[in-house]
Ligand binder design. Structure first.
Ligand SMILES: Nc1ncnc2c1ncn2[C@@H]1O[C@H](COP(=O)(O)OP(=O)(O)OP(=O)(O)O)[C@@H](O)[C@H]1O
Ligand SMILES: [Zn+2]
Length: 669
């Protein structure tokens, strides 16, 4: 997403490495070169046997001994000979040995001492002295210059390179800790991003007006911390952005940084969690140290629940996480707000956060970033449509109407899908049709053309979907059918029914909810009536119907038996809205009975409605099998024909087909 550690100059770093590499290479070459030159002039090892032969042949001028070697200097003639024998002509050895020879021989002075030509291992041979005497060879012990040479060799090959390397390492470490290694965090591998300028403003965040309003205050504080501290007002240290996934929490945090024109650090709560105890805590420390140096700035911790989970052991203790959390709490207490450091955190599970995190002086502000309403969706669509070319057929309101429940990231995705679709069809601009298609792609997946259903399966799915649609049309408190399709989709849908949403609803009446349950069970009812057997295709329907029925009883006070008693509370409102019972076991059993009763009643109702309209069911299902997708208009036409209802006037009809439907019944595995 963002460039890691933008404030480290990458060129600078690369240069450093280049220098090190080149220096190392140079030193290595130098040492190797020197060494080989030295060796070129050094004595060569020979066998003791050969040594004795050389003495006997009177080729040796001088011998010097040390504790384990015998160094042999040849006579001038012998030396010449030996060299020629080895394929080397005298005086064409390497430059170094020539130079050395000249230096040592003092420009040709025959009397000057020469380096030994050979050496051999010392052998305890008492005849040697005699032999040497016989041959008239001078001998002495411990040649000083050879020892000196060994020392020089040692220095060049071992001490010098090691010294250089050590110096380089020290220099390198200094450099790393000074300029680079932006985050101590970078060192410990946690993914932390830093943006000098996010470039995002509140204008880029559509809807969410309340959230923006609360954050505006924070922006003001970052702009001007002195104004607040002047009066003695305590500045906020942190704010918690709470909402379902994809509603723009990250975007809002960036917008705060963008509006305040301060750097933006972001990292995910899960980045703190490591296997090793203590790592998380040290990362927290590093983070705060770095952030304080950069203040004023914003630090954004996404998924704070990863570290901020309550320390209550009922959720399973974890030493590492607790330590990390404790460190975070300590750091939040510690830092000085006057510098303009603000910590924003995001979560969609506020209920599991440790209460200590939410205390005043920590994340005491809670900013709700909820799913957008109709107006919000229109605005989000507009923001994202800004950069996409669209023709005049496009009506974003209609799209917003069809997408209740969609969040910002879904909507952004839809616009993009529509644009891709347009390109795929070789068009230059996006049309409403592309957008309609994109809505379906995002909500139920792409059409799965290669999936071939057997004839029988197609029949069952077809009856099932028409069952939903017909029950919808036959009841009072439902919205009109918009589209029925049995084209399979990639996200597992085998077929679905769309209804035309008239307006956005915030409340549902009891009658509407009851009608919804009957519609949900209409698919299964049709299967049973027509095929006298049932399939697995109703799983989603059953789940949905049960959920509605249960909520009616436990949350909405819509059952006679329990009346207004609240029996369930919602646990995580921002994720799947799972509810937990808060009543005794006996009552729980009774609730189940009541739910069962309600579902049974609804199923009987659905079966009754369909059985009474068997002709319409058969006709529409046959039409659907043939066409695969039919519009609400086509559906109603057959429906009215069968029922003998006159056609309404044209204008009303056509206006409703302009709209995209809302997917209500989706069936699949
Ligand atoms: N209110 C909005 N206005 C404009 N665009 C939005 C809005 N909400 C979401 N988006 C789009 O969706 C994308 C994803 O949003 P973002 O990452 O901010 O969601 P989030 O709430 O942080 O999700 P999560 O909880 O999964 O991290 C954004 O980059 C943006 O394109
Ligand atoms: Zn169904």
């Amino acid at each position: 997403m963002d460039n890691n550690n933008k404030n480290r100059d990458p060129n600078h770093n690369r240069q450093g490495w280049g220098i090190i590499l080149i220096t190392t290479l140079l030193v290595t070459f130098m040492v190797m070169g020197l060494y080989s030159m030295m060796r070129g002039s050094g004595p060569e090892e020979i066998s003791y046997d050969k040594f004795l032969t050389l003495i006997d042949d009177k080729k040796v001028q001088e011998v010097s001994l040390n504790s384990d070697r015998i160094y042999i200097t040849l006579t001038d003639e012998a030396r010449q000979e030996e060299l020629e024998e080895n394929g080397q002509i005298a005086n064409t050895g390497n430059i170094w040995s020539q130079m050395q020879e000249q230096i040592q021989t003092g420009s040709g002075d025959e009397e000057a001492k020469r380096d030994p030509d050979y050496y051999t291992g010392y052998v305890n041979d008492y005849t040697l002295v005699e032999r040497l005497d016989e041959a008239g060879v001078e001998f002495k012990s411990q040649p000083a210059d050879t020892v000196g040479q060994t020392l020089l060799e040692l220095f060049l090959t071992v001490i010098l390179p090691i010294g250089l390397m050590a110096a380089m390492l020290v220099w390198l470490m200094r450099k790393m800790t000074k300029g680079g290694g932006v985050m101590g965090i970078g060192k410990s591998n946690a993914k932390m991003y830093m943006e000098k300028e996010t470039g995002v403003t509140f204008q880029d965040v559509a809807g969410e007006d309340e959230a923006k309003e609360s954050l505006q205050e924070v922006v003001d504080f970052l702009h001007n911390p002195g104004k607040y501290s002047g009066i003695g007002a305590k500045l906020p240290k942190g704010a918690l952005l709470v909402g379902p996934p994809g509603t723009g929490k990250t975007l809002l945090a960036k917008a705060v940084a963008g509006e305040a024109k301060v750097p933006f650090f972001s990292l995910s709560g899960s980045a703190f969690v490591e296997m090793y105890v203590g790592v998380g805590a040290s990362r927290v420390r590093d983070l705060f140290k770095q952030a304080q140096q950069q203040a004023p700035c914003i630090v954004f911790i996404d998924e704070i629940d990863a570290i901020g989970k309550t320390r209550d052991s009922s959720l399973g203790g974890n030493d590492e996480r607790e330590q990390t959390l404790n460190q975070l709490l300590a750091e939040m207490d510690g830092f000085d707000t006057n510098k303009g450091l603000l910590i924003l955190a995001a979560t969609n599970r506020p209920e599991i956060l440790d209460p200590a995190l939410l205390r005043p002086g920590r994340f005491d502000r809670r900013i709700i970033v909820d799913k957008p309403d109709l107006k919000g969706r229109v605005e989000i669509l507009k923001v994202h449509a800004k950069d996409v070319r669209m023709d005049e057929s496009v009506d974003l309101e209609a799209i917003a109407l069809a997408t209740s429940g969609a969040v910002g990231s879904d909507l952004a995705n839809m616009i993009n899908e529509a644009a891709i679709n347009a390109v795929k069809h070789g068009r230059q601009v996006v049309s409403q049709k592309d957008l309609f298609e994109a809505v379906e792609v995002v909500l139920v997946g792409k059409e799965k053309k290669d999936r071939i259903m057997s004839k029988e399966e197609r029949q069952i799915v077809s009856y099932h979907e028409v069952g939903h649609a017909l029950v919808t049309a036959l009841q009072k408190n439902t919205e009109p059918v918009q589209k029925i399709t049995i084209v399979p989709r990639t996200m597992g849908a085998l077929g679905y029914v769309m209804q035309t949403p008239e307006e956005e609803k915030f409340l549902n009446t009891k009658k509407e909810l009851e009608a919804m349950i009957v519609v949900a069970l209409g698919g299964r009812a049709a299967e049973e009536i027509v095929f006298d057997t049932v399939t697995t295709g109703a799983a989603n329907d059953i789940e949905q119907a049960t959920k509605i029925a249960r909520a009616m009883i436990t949350q909405y006070g819509m059952s006679e038996r329990f009346g207004l008693m609240g029996l369930e509370s919602i646990q995580n409102r921002y994720l799947d809205g799972r509810a937990v019972l808060n009543c005794g076991d006996a009552t729980a059993g009774e609730i189940d009975e009541e739910v069962m009763k309600m579902l049974k009643g609804a199923y009987a109702e659905a079966k009754k409605l369909l059985a009474e309209n068997r002709e319409a069911l058969d006709k529409i299902a046959a039409f659907l099998i043939e066409k695969e997708t039919i519009t609400g208009k086509e559906f109603m036409k057959i429906f009215r024909e069968v029922k003998g209802i006159p056609e309404p006037d044209e204008t009303e009809e056509s206006s409703s087909t302009e709209r995209e439907g809302r997917i209500v019944m989706k069936d699949g595995e």
